[in-house]
Design a protein around this ligand. Structure first.
Ligand SMILES: [Mn+2]
Length: 376
């Protein structure tokens, strides 16, 4: 088979990492596929069918239309995010079997259209949490997502949900879909009697139900960490440290049971040594993909999302990319949340400009690391 010089180089230098971008779909994202395609080095998307509720089957015709549309723009669609797990599965209710069956159908349907990695999470109720979606960064006048546990102070979960939905510039936000939050109080009440071990047992039941289907279709599941990386509102949270993930990969031992290593989510807790965690799970072949971004610590349980550049935050992106190169170079990466810069208006965290800068910076680090290793 004919291979271009660039393709041969990829094999030779193991430059197999694929840079991707999150996109919400036509009419749901103010960024176009053409704009994404024009970011240097962009191979494809970490896509999402934003309109799907947790537990619903992603039908073949919907996936086909989405994937073909992405392909027409010259982009791949090998990673899909936010195939949300229904709360009944997390809570271990008798109705879970039906939702697990639906999940398997979705996996099969996605595999038919070339999807290789599915990103999901097993966080009760809250996908992620911030106290401000547009905190101005005094140094340069841009803004970014921000968290201060003190500001959470007297806010109830219902207050914070209301505030988050109000602050999101009219876009729906992943993890904050109104239908998931409609029964918030009942759901929170139910979780009062669920311990982290119970949640892990329900997680195992879910993995035992879906991983054989993944193995059949060649799809890898990648579990996104809790964000921020500690318990909130007394809810059981089981995915925010190396120790937690050791338990998760042991729940069902399979190369299809992996993590989506989100440097910013795990990195919100300074106790997490991100390059070391990447090396640990990369060596075990348990990293399905990565979200790469930076955070700036401002105090105890207080941080903001920074530009990707190492010197702008507290994570060392060079060490992070070296750990990827050494242990899991054949992976998918996307720049994660960016700041809002250059007066852009868009989904908090998901503007075009700062994420494009992030991708370019990560690609620059990658090129340097590859060449540095070649010369050794
Ligand atoms: Mn992430």
């Amino acid at each position: 088979m004919f291979r271009t010089a660039a393709e041969k180089l990829l094999e030779k230098e193991k430059i197999t990492m694929k840079m991707t971008f999150r996109w919400y779909g036509e009419g749901r994202d103010n960024i176009t596929l053409k704009q994404i395609r024009q970011i240097p080095g962009m191979s494809g998307l970490m896509g999402v069918l934003d309109e799907k509720a947790a537990g619903e089957v992603w039908e073949e015709d919907e996936i086909k239309a989405y994937v073909e549309h992405v392909h027409e723009a010259g982009l791949e669609c090998e990673v899909i995010e936010s195939v949300n797990v229904h709360e009944d599965i997390k809570m271990g209710l008798p109705t879970r079997d039906k939702y697990i069956e639906n999940y398997c159908t979705t996996i099969r349907n996605l595999a038919k259209y070339g999807v290789k990695v599915i990103v999901y999470n097993f966080m009760p109720v809250f996908d992620w949490l911030r106290t401000d979606l547009a905190r101005v960064i005094p140094e340069d006048g841009s803004n970014s997502l921000y968290f201060d546990e003190k500001e959470l102070g007297d806010m109830t979960p219902v207050d914070i949900v209301r505030k988050t939905i109000e602050d999101c510039n009219g876009f729906s936000l992943p993890g904050w879909e109104p239908e998931r939050l409609a029964e918030l109080e009942t759901t929170l009440k139910r979780y009062e009697s669920i311990t982290p071990d119970d949640l892990r047992a329900n997680y195992k039941y879910f993995l035992d139900g879906i991983i054989p289907t993944c193995e059949e279709c060649g799809v890898v599941m990648a579990c996104h960490p809790d964000d921020p990386a500690w318990p909130i509102f007394g809810l059981p949270r089981i995915a925010h440290s190396q120790e937690d993930y050791d338990k998760i990969v042991a729940l069902h031992d399979s190369p299809c049971n992996t993590l989506c290593l989100c440097t910013g989510s795990l990195g919100s807790n300074p106790d997490n040594d991100i390059p070391a965690i990447i090396r640990h799970f990369g060596e075990m072949n348990r990293i399905g993909c990565l979200h790469v971004r930076n955070v700036k610590y401002l105090g105890y349980h207080k941080f903001r999302e920074a530009a990707h550049l190492s010197s702008d935050g507290d994570l060392d992106l060079y060490e992070i990319m070296k750990a990827v190169y050494d242990t899991c170079p054949d992976t998918y990466i996307r720049p994660d949340h960016g700041r809002m810069i250059w007066d852009e208006v868009g989904r908090p965290g998901y503007g075009l400009y700062d994420r494009a800068l992030g991708a370019t910076y990560i690609n620059g680090l990658w090129e340097a690391i590859c060449k540095e290793n070649k010369n050794k």
